[in-house]
Every structure is written in C-alpha cells, then in structure tokens.
Design a protein around this ligand. Structure first.
Ligand SMILES: [Zn+2]
Length: 398
C-alpha cells in the first residue's frame, strides 16, 4: 500500500538543480488564494504559546526505549555522569568545527545507568550541531543531503506521472493535524514491555490535576501516523471509479513544530467531477483513528475553502514565479511533453523539516531567531520519530 522512502538515498538529482530550491520559498509571492492560506493555517495549535514551557518538554516520553532514539538526543538522567558524556559537552560555541563529534565513543546513551530523552529545546541544538558534524564530512550523508535527493526524485517523479499517466488531472490536498496540547500521558508510566514506542506511546492517561499539557512530540507524531491505513482504505473506496496516485509529506508547524501531514492526491478527471465531498470519509477516518485529532480542526467545506480538503480541477503549476533559475531549467528540460510541477507538491516538499539546516547555512535564517529555533525543533522531532516522513503510492515514479 504505502511505499515508504524516507531512508532511501536513491539516484535522482539534487533539488538544487531544479530552481525550486529552498530559496524560492522566501522569494515566492503567489497570488493569494485559499490554497496558500490553507498551508499557512494551523488550526490545531494553541494561541499564545509559552515557548519556554514547550521547550522544556521532553522530546520523547520517559518510557521510550532509549536505544530507539538517536544517541545525540539522549542525556544523563542519573545526575552522576561526567560532563563529557553529554552529547552537547564542548559545543557551547556553535561553530563549524564539530567534525569529530560523530566519533564520540562515550555518550550518556551508552554510559548512563538512567539515560533520558533530551528536552525539545536541547534536542533542537543537538540536531543542529550533529547535522553540522555530519554535513562537513565526506564519509557521511547528512539529513539535508538525503532530503535534497528525495526532493529532486519526487519532483521528477511527479512530472513523469503527469506526463505519462494523467491527461487531465485534478488534485486534492488533505491536511491532517493533531493537537499538541491535551491531557498529557502519565509521565510516571514506564514501559514494562519489550518493544519501543508503538504500543506504549499510544497510552494516554488523564493527569490527576486535570491540567492540559504539551504532549510529547514523538507521541504526537506517532498518533499522526496511526490512521494512515484507514485513510487509504477510504480513499480506495471513494476513488474506485478513477485512476489516482498520491504523495504524503510530514512537516512541523511554524508556531509549535507540531507534526502534521499533507496528503496530495492526483486523480485522472477529464470531466472535472472531483469535489471535496469525495474526501469527507477519509477525513472522518483520520479524526476517528487519531487520538489527538478533532473534527473542528478538519472542516470540509467548499472545494477550495476548508481546513482539511482543497480540490483543484486545474491544479496550479509551479510556473507563476519570477524565478530566473526556474526559467533556465525549463529551457534545459526542453524534451517533448515536459510538464511543470504542481505548486502543491513544490510547497509540500519545501516544508520538510531538515531544510532548516540549508536555510541557516545560506544565511536565510539565523540561529538566534525564535522561528529558527522552532524549525530546528521540528527537525529534531522528525529525527527522534520512528515513522516515515514521506511516502507515495507505488505507481509514483521515484
Ligand atoms: Zn547519568
């Protein structure tokens, strides 16, 4: 059903070859329509966020099996370990000189009798310094390099799909958003079993004080992925008279790095029959099977104006951009039947969490900014999660 491709390097070309690199994101001035509003909206995140409080939450629950977390995201929990076991020891000054970090043989994850997941805030720093360490070595592939390869592969794949399989496609973009705040899982609960996350992370116990808390980000991510098969089954039923394909992408919200998922569906639709109504059962399935989702965050209204479903019978293409590099690439790709990518896919691929590293490297974002910190947290959450960050239907060339 789902072809997970998150960890594959693959052949394809680097995203930077295509003009739709991350730079386009900030320069991009599309005509305002409901589609853009939708991608910027975050109906499940709270208003007036206390970022300091959120940053102090652990990135994963205390009962998560420690060896299922990346070692750099694990710290001492016993209080007696030497300072040097901390993955962030000696990295106070963020420079580019971390190339030997990955060779550290002793970390809290290995040495501490009672290791624990870092806070969200520390994990964001750890993600950044270890990504620097990896990126600057020839013998390792950084996360942003993998993302760039996938970026090019998926854009290539979409153009091939549209050229060869779809004469007159319509698209639907579904958006699934769990709430990051609620009755928190019991922090005292410990895994008594023998497997990681999946079963234990789904447990949620009302706090005795009844307060709503920030949920563990990896728990939110896990719950986000739980309904995927049910959603797929509904799509399969509803679209049985059409030929269709899909890609889904996980990213973090701008306001709280909350994992959420956009599911882009291509439907062969010569008579423009597709409406948002076709997707209501899939949206309902998501809300019913995601413990942290609410119907009020997943409205299905007019085709182009609702939280959860946007349908385009003429999918906007990634061509209404004043982007010299893109135009160059159009000339370069002058083969017959050349297709432009959809704006939807270009947008979704840009939102992937690990791009923050490249934006920092290229000076578009700086480490001191609050938004950069949130973006780094989203990258750390993705790193700490055991789920896939992108997947597509098997007919999607990639
Ligand atoms: Zn310790």
């Amino acid at each position: 059903m789902v072809e997970a491709t998150d960890d594959e390097g693959g052949a394809g070309s680097d995203g930077a070859d295509y003009g739709v690199t991350v730079e386009s994101q900030s320069d991009y001035e599309p005509q305002t329509d409901a589609f853009d509003d939708l991608l910027a909206s975050e109906p499940a995140d709270p208003e007036n966020i206390d970022h300091e409080q959120r940053g102090q939450q652990r990135i994963a629950p205390p009962w998560r099996k420690i060896d299922t977390l990346p070692r750099p995201l694990v710290e001492c929990g016993c209080g007696d370990c030497p300072e040097r076991y901390d993955p962030l020891a000696d990295t106070d000054t963020v420079t580019d000189a971390f190339s030997d970090l990955m060779d550290r043989s002793t970390m809290a994850a290995d040495e501490c009798p009672n290791p624990r997941p870092m806070t969200v805030e520390r994990a964001a720093t750890a993600y950044y310094v270890y990504e620097v360490a990896t990126h600057d070595r020839d013998d390792r592939t950084s996360k942003v390099e993998k993302t760039a390869k996938q970026h090019g592969r998926y854009l290539d794949g979409e153009r091939e799909l549209l050229t060869e399989h779809y004469d007159d496609p319509s698209t639907a973009l579904l958006s699934f958003r769990p709430r990051p705040i609620g009755d928190a899982p019991d922090p005292e609960h410990r895994d008594s079993g023998d497997n990681y996350g999946p079963t234990v992370e789904s447990q949620s116990v009302q706090h005795s004080d009844g307060k709503r808390r920030w949920r563990y980000p990896t728990t939110v991510d896990y719950q986000l992925h739980q309904p995927i098969r049910k959603v797929y089954e509904k799509l399969y039923q509803q679209l049985r008279d059409f030929s269709w394909s899909y890609v889904w992408v996980v990213s973090g919200t701008d306001s709280a790095a909350t994992p959420h998922l956009h599911w882009l569906i291509y439907v062969d639709d010569p008579d423009d029959e597709l409406t948002a109504g076709y997707f209501e059962p899939a949206v309902d399935a998501f809300v019913e099977h995601c413990q942290f989702a609410r119907h009020e965050d997943h409205s299905v209204g007019d085709d182009t104006d609702s939280d959860a479903v946007v349908v385009h019978t003429e999918p906007p293409k990634y061509d209404d951009v004043d982007d010299e590099q893109l135009i160059e690439n159009l000339h370069y790709n002058d083969k017959e039947g050349f297709e432009l990518n959809t704006r939807a896919l270009a947008y979704l691929l840009h939102q992937r969490p690990y791009w923050v590293f490249r934006r920092i490297r290229e000076g578009q974002q700086s480490l001191g900014d609050e938004q950069t910190q949130i973006d780094l947290q989203a990258a750390a959450v993705r790193w700490a999660s055991v789920t896939d960050g992108i997947a597509s239907s098997q007919d999607f060339p990639s």
